[in-house]
Design a protein around this ligand. Structure first.
Ligand SMILES: [Zn+2]
Length: 279
């Protein structure tokens, strides 16, 4: 299949040293993180049968009767999306493409794929949290905690859709239940690492107000356009040497004011990266 504007995108990438990547759910979907298909049926068959969930997200919003059942669900969710090796190569190819450039990544994805593919964690800003972190549900303090050991045990030791009660995670400070460090309401903990990411992102942007930079937007939908899409449009409009490229499976839209500095690529990100890496 021919992908429109692929050569133009290739030129834009080759002709700049600085690339600011803005990545949304579409990038992880292209990497094989399917939240509704076969993976969902394989790991959540019992929950689908009991509750009729149609995809992993829906189940994630369900209020289960007990914390044992809640964590049986969530430990599977986190294990397969954060700790299992799912990436079909999309993130690694993206890394190949930008590794020798002065890159920075801002993403709403919480699956840790950038770091797993080799991206420097000092060049990443995860705005919405990380499946790999717990926080206090209150929250009584602004720290996050690595959850790999606990999640692994919950995943392995659950029976009949319940984890053993002693595995229910509790805040080490106030003993209230822990929850996922994911932005869903105003209780989301922005910890030190989060603020460090924000600071580095702002620093990168300020350093490029006049310098040549490519804004590379990948798979960003319209759920939270205020985090990546609108700021990218604004920068493309206001910074004189900034170019903007948007790759999306749906036909991407861009305001008339920045059309001249924009490359729109409509297609599957996996195919687009394959094309770009080839040559
Ligand atoms: Zn607490």
């Amino acid at each position: 299949m021919m992908i429109n504007n692929i050569e133009k995108l290739r030129e834009e990438i080759e002709s700049t040293d600085s690339i600011l990547i803005g990545a949304g759910a579409g990038l992880s979907a292209a990497a094989g993180f399917d939240y509704s298909g076969e993976r969902f049926r394989k790991y959540f068959g019992d929950f689908i049968e009991k509750y009729g969930f149609t995809d992993m997200y829906t189940g994630g919003f369900h209020e289960f009767d007990s914390p044992e059942e809640h964590w049986a669900y969530w430990s599977r969710y986190v294990w397969i999306n954060r700790y299992m090796d799912t990436d079909n190569g999309v993130y690694r190819k993206l890394y190949e493409l930008v590794r020798d450039k002065n890159y920075f990544v801002i993403t709403t994805n919480v699956d840790h794929c950038f770091q797993k593919a080799g991206f420097d964690k000092n060049r990443l800003f995860y705005t919405q949290g990380d499946y790999g972190l717990f926080q206090c549900s209150e929250p009584c303090h602004k720290k996050t905690y690595d959850n790999e050991d606990t999640i692994r045990k919950m995943f392995n030791e659950q029976r009949d859709m319940r984890i053993p009660s002693e595995l229910i995670p509790r805040c080490p400070v106030c003993s209230k239940p822990m929850c996922m460090n994911l932005r869903s309401d105003d209780k989301f903990v922005e910890d030190e690492g989060w603020h460090e990411g924000l600071r580095r992102y702002n620093e990168y942007v300020s350093a490029h107000t006049l310098k040549k930079m490519l804004l590379l937007e990948l798979g960003v939908g319209m759920n939270t356009p205020g985090i990546i899409k609108y700021p990218f449009w604004r920068m493309a409009d206001e910074f004189p040497n900034t170019r903007y490229a948007c790759v999306n499976i749906d036909f991407p839209y861009v305001p008339g004011e920045i059309r001249e500095q924009t490359t729109l690529v409509s297609g599957d990100i996996r195919q687009v990266l394959d094309e770009l890496i080839r040559n």
